[in-house]
Design a protein around this ligand. Structure first.
Ligand code: ZN
Length: 289
């Protein structure tokens, strides 16, 4: 062996041994102030299959399915104020709405989370898509920071610009090998795929906006709306291209009166009644030929 090769071997040997240990998953313990520990955090892999939630209501796939998404959860509490946490407030509202819908019958209901767990944002609309939901409602509660007296619910739908950006990204991600609103977009060029998704999404946006109007109409007597109740924004959770979706900001938990109302039986019932009614009217309109 030439001298030069031998020298290389001497330099490379420790590197190869370390790489081998690393590949085998072994680590060399480094004592830190006498302690020696490893913290492992289990993070959901992006795009990894998500366990689909339980469906409540009739065991009949021809019945419409509503997916309710209580925002935040687990290590992400959302907004907070006066001892209230957004993740708890919205879970309470979601459970009340689920119970109301199931009690009235005819509609299938699922929740993206039924307890205090963390979900990655992108998983939420993905659950609705994979379940073939007819409607997706993400529930949140707002914070006004230090500003006092701010109150009222508002409803967000996806803004035009955001939805067309989302269409492009969706087309890219799905690599033109998916089906959106029954349109097979495989074997299409990327731009054609994006256009088809945009068309499907425009229709979904119109129906989402129609639903937003129904929430305001049905809640007029019993819910407190913000003066500017209907808004649009670029929200990741609304970006499923083929499921009508709204984000309902139920009120400001930084307003103590509103926080108490949203967590009271009376407040939850008022929310569940009017939201359930808006859902019923919406689904009845959608099922019309
Ligand atoms: Zn939120």
């Amino acid at each position: 062996m030439p001298m030069r090769a031998q020298l290389w071997l001497i330099f490379l040997a420790p590197v190869v041994v370390l790489a081998g240990l690393f590949a085998l998953g072994l680590t060399i313990p480094v004592p830190v102030l006498g302690r020696d520990y490893v913290v492992r955090i289990q993070l959901p892999e992006p795009g990894a299959p998500v366990d689909l939630p339980t469906i409540y209501g009739p065991d009949d796939r021809s019945r419409p399915l509503v997916v309710i998404d209580p925002g935040h959860g687990g290590k992400d509490p959302g907004a907070s104020g006066f001892g209230f946490k957004e993740k708890d407030v919205v879970l309470g509202l979601a459970l009340a709405l689920r119970d109301r819908l199931v009690e009235q019958g005819g509609i299938r209901v699922a929740l993206t989370r039924e307890d205090d767990r963390f979900l990655v944002l992108g998983e939420r609309p993905e659950i609705a898509r994979r379940m073939g939901a007819d409607l997706f409602i993400s529930l949140h509660a707002d914070s006004a920071g230090e500003v006092e007296g701010v109150r009222g619910a508002s409803i967000y739908t996806l803004s035009d610009q955001a939805s067309s950006e989302a269409a492009a990204r969706f087309a890219e991600r799905e690599n033109a090998a998916d089906r959106v609103n029954g349109v097979v977009i495989a074997d299409q060029s990327d731009s054609v795929g994006t256009i088809l998704i945009e068309l499907a999404q425009r229709r979904v946006q119109e129906t989402s906006s129609e639903f937003s109007g129904l929430i305001v109409r049905e809640g007029a007597d019993s819910l407190n709306f913000h003066p500017q109740a209907r808004r649009s924004a670029s929200l990741a959770v609304l970006r499923a291209p083929d499921v009508p979706a709204v984000l309902f900001e139920s009120g400001f938990i930084t307003n103590p009166d509103e926080a108490r109302r949203l967590t009271s039986e009376e407040g939850k019932t008022a929310f569940a009644d009017s939201m359930a009614q808006a859902i019923r009217v919406f689904l009845a309109r959608q099922s019309r030929p």
